[in-house]
Design a protein. Structure first.
Length: 165
């Protein structure tokens, strides 16, 4: 549990550092006046005006969900295989190829149940889900199921291998 929490904290601190650094550097090069500009979102045929800072924080928040799932996926692979390098390699490979695989298979209805079709929640900001018929609620439920499966698998394998054995 400590290893999992430390990886999560490290990932979130890294994301926060990235946010602060990009905000400051972007502000220095392009000015901070863009924060007060409205963001125009096109959803369901209607244009909505959203506060820019709220849009940025929402986008980073959706990124946190993807980050949480990839960290949990890598942790599960690490626990099952007992090889951290393999876990990192498979996670990075899956992160890059998962979206390509979903794009290639988007004509099939079952593809919406694949983890990588649901990790990018920004698709709902744009109003264009990868597979038609997907909703934010559906993606969150699918991600919750994967999260429980990954953590249960990690817990069971760790308990059998390291505690009992």
């Amino acid at each position: 549990m400590a290893k999992y929490l430390s990886v999560l904290v490290f990932a979130l601190v890294g994301l926060l550092t990235l946010f602060v650094a990009s905000f400051i550097i972007g502000g220095l090069f392009y000015g901070f006046s863009g924060v007060t500009q409205p963001f125009l979102a096109y959803t369901d045929g209607v244009v909505h005006e959203v506060n820019m800072m709220w849009h940025i924080l929402t986008t980073y928040g959706y990124g946190c969900v993807s980050l949480l799932m990839m960290v949990t996926f890598a942790f599960t692979i690490s626990t099952v295989s007992r090889n951290n390098s393999l876990a990192v390699g498979i996670s990075i490979f899956s992160m890059f190829t998962g979206s390509i695989l979903v794009s290639l298979l988007k004509d099939y209805s079952w593809v919406k149940y694949i983890l990588f079709a649901n990790t990018d929640l920004t698709q709902y900001i744009n109003g264009i889900p990868v597979v038609s018929g997907m909703t934010m609620s559906f993606s969150l439920i699918v991600l919750a199921v994967y999260f429980v499966i990954f953590n249960a698998t990690s817990w069971l394998v760790f308990s059998k291998r390291d505690v009992a054995g």
